[in-house]
Design a protein around this ligand. Structure first.
Ligand code: NAG
Ligand code: NAG
Ligand code: NAG
Length: 413
C-alpha cells in the first residue's frame, strides 16, 4: 500500500541540502546542482508523479534531469531520492496523460461527464483499468492493477510522438541510474509504438509530429534517433535499434531540416522543404546525444563530425555577446520554450564527453556561472533568462532547464 499522497509529497520533496539562503558564494558545481534539486522538488507533486507548474512532456524531461544529476553525484541521499522519484512517477503519472491512447483506434478512451477514463487494450476489450482524474489527482484503479497498469505502454502515449519519446528517454535515464529493467522495457515499448508510425510524405521516411500526420518536424525525428541509439547501447536487440537510428539519420540529413549555417530549423513545409522556422536550442541539442550514442553503438567518423558542426553553429547562432544561450523567444517563451536551453546543454555535454573541446567547456561554465549568479532568487529558484535578471515567478520548466547548465558544469570541472 502507498501512504496517503500528502505524506508521499513530504517524503519526496524533503530538502536534502541545507538551506542556501545567503550562500550565494557557493562555487562547488555539485553543491549548486544539489541546491537546485532541493528547490526543484518543491514543485514535485507525489500524488501525480509530475512537477506542478509545467506540462506532461516537461515532466518526462525533468525525470531525465534528475537522473542526469544522479549519474554524476553519488551522494547516497540523492541516489535514494532519485530512485524514489522514478518509482513514484511510474505509478502515479499515467492518469495525468492528457490523451491516453489517442493514436490507436483500438484503445481510445471513453470519457464520461465525471472525467472517468476507461482504457482499452489491443483487443478493444476494456482493460480493467479505469482512471479518475479528480481534483485530488488520485489514481483510482479498478481491480488490482496499479503497478502493471502504470507500466502499460498505452498509458505513456498521447499521440504526440515527441512527448512519447521524451518519456522513453526519461525512462532510459532512470534505467541508467537504477538498472531496473522495468524502465528499460517501458522505453522499448514506447519506441516500438512510435516506430510503427514510420514513413511520412517526405521521402517516405521519418515520423510525423503527431497522430494527426500534419507536420514533419525536427524534434520528433531527433528524439526518434536518440531513443533508438540509446536503446542500441542498452537493450538486447542492438542490431535492430542501430538500423532504426541509421535509417533516421540518413533520412534526416537529406530532409532539408539542417540549413546552410548547420543549425536546424523547426520543420518542413507541406511540400517537404525547410520551413525556415525558429532554430530552437533543443533542436540543436537532441541530435548531438543521438549521434554520440549511435557512434558508440556503431562507430562512423561522420557522426561526430556532424555533431561538432551543429554544436558550434548553434553556439554561434544562439549565444549573446557574453556567451549566454538564448532562445529566440524571451521573455514570453511559453510553457514549452522555457525548457529548451537545458536540453541543448545536456546534449552538448554528452558530445564533449566523447569529443572534448575547450569551446564547449567555456560555454558550459559561462552559462552555469551566469545561471547561478544572475538568474537565481533567494530560494535558489532559477528563471528563464540565463543572463538575468531573475524573472518572477520561476516555474518547474525554467528551473529544471537552468539546472541542466549546473549539472553539465559538474562534469567539466
Ligand atoms: C484485454 O483485456 C481483457 C479484459 O481484461 C482480457 O481478457 C484480455 O486478455 C486482454 N487482451 C490483451 C491482448 O491484453
Ligand atoms: C528565413 O528567416 C530569416 C529570419 O528568421 C530571414 O532573414 C530569411 O530571409 C528567411 N529565409 C528564407 C529563405 O525565407
Ligand atoms: C514558466 O515561466 C516561463 C518564463 O517566465 C513562461 O514563459 C511559461 O509560460 C511559464 N510556464 C507556465 C506553465 O506558466
Amino acid at each position: 500500500m502507498y501512504p496517503p499522497s500528502f505524506i508521499r509529497t513530504l517524503i519526496l520533496s524533503v530538502s536534502f541540502a541545507s538551506n542556501a539562503f545567503g550562500q550565494s558564494d557557493i562555487s562547488d558545481p555539485t553543491k549548486r546542482a544539489e541546491f537546485a534539486l532541493s528547490a526543484l522538488q518543491i514543485f514535485y507533486n507525489a500524488g501525480t508523479g509530475l512537477w506542478s507548474t509545467t506540462g506532461w512532456w516537461n515532466s518526462a524531461n525533468i525525470l531525465n534531469i534528475v537522473a542526469n544529476l544522479a549519474k554524476v553525484d553519488d551522494s547516497p541521499q540523492l541516489q535514494s531520492l532519485a530512485s524514489r522519484i522514478f518509482a513514484n512517477t511510474l505509478v502515479q503519472a499515467p492518469p495525468q496523460n492528457p490523451q491516453p491512447g489517442v493514436e490507436g483506434n483500438h484503445n481510445k478512451q471513453r470519457v464520461n461527464s465525471n472525467d472517468v477514463f476507461v482504457m482499452f487494450n489491443s483487443t478493444g476489450v476494456g482493460s480493467g483499468y479505469t482512471k479518475i482524474m479528480d481534483n485530488e489527482d488520485e489514481l483510482v484503479t479498478t481491480g488490482e492493477r496499479a503497478k502493471t497498469a502504470a507500466a502499460n505502454v498505452n498509458d505513456w502515449l498521447d499521440g504526440f510522438y515527441d512527448d512519447d519519446l521524451w518519456w522513453a528517454l526519461g525512462w532510459i535515464a532512470a534505467y541508467d541510474v537504477t538498472q531496473d529493467k522495468e524502465y528499460l522495457t517501458l522505453a522499448e515499448s514506447i519506441f516500438a509504438a512510435v516506430a510503427t508510425t514510420w514513413g511520412t510524405n517526405c521521402g517516405k521516411g521519418g515520423i510525423y509530429w503527431s497522430w494527426q500526420k500534419d507536420y514533419v518536424n525536427a524534434i520528433a525525428n531527433e528524439l526518434f534517433l536518440s531513443t533508438a541509439a540509446h536503446l542500441a547501447n542498452r537493450a538486447n536487440d542492438k542490431a535492430s535499434y542501430v538500423a532504426w537510428a541509421k535509417k533516421e539519420i540518413d533520412w534526416f540529413t537529406t530532409s532539408g531540416m539542417i540549413n546552410q549555417r548547420f543549425t536546424i530549423n523547426d520543420g518542413l513545409t507541406s511540400d517537404c522543404k525547410n520551413n525556415n522556422m525558429t532554430t530552437w536550442s533543443y533542436n540543436q541539442g537532441v541530435i548531438l546525444g543521438g549521434l554520440v550514442e549511435l557512434n558508440r553503438a556503431s562507430p562512423e567518423d561522420s557522426y561526430l563530425t556532424l555533431a561538432a558542426k551543429i554544436a558550434k553553429a548553434a553556439i554561434a547562432e544562439l549565444s549573446d555577446d557574453s556567451g549566454i544561450l538564448h532562445d529566440k523567444c524571451g521573455p514570453y517563451c511559453g510553457a514549452d520554450g522555457s525548457q529548451f536551453k537545458g536540453i541543448f546543454v545536456r546534449n552538448l555535454q554528452l558530445l564533449h564527453d566523447v569529443a572534448p573541446d575547450d569551446a564547449y567547456v567555456e560555454f558550459i561554465q559561462t552559462n552555469a556561472n551566469s545561471v547561478w549568479t544572475n538568474n537565481r532568487d533567494d530560494g535558489n529558484m532559477l528563471s528563464l533568462d540565463w543572463a538575468g535578471p531573475f524573472i518572477n515567478p520561476a516555474n518547474a520548466s525554467t528551473h529544471s532547464s537552468a539546472m541542466e547548465a549546473l549539472i553539465a558544469a559538474i562534469t567539466v570541472e
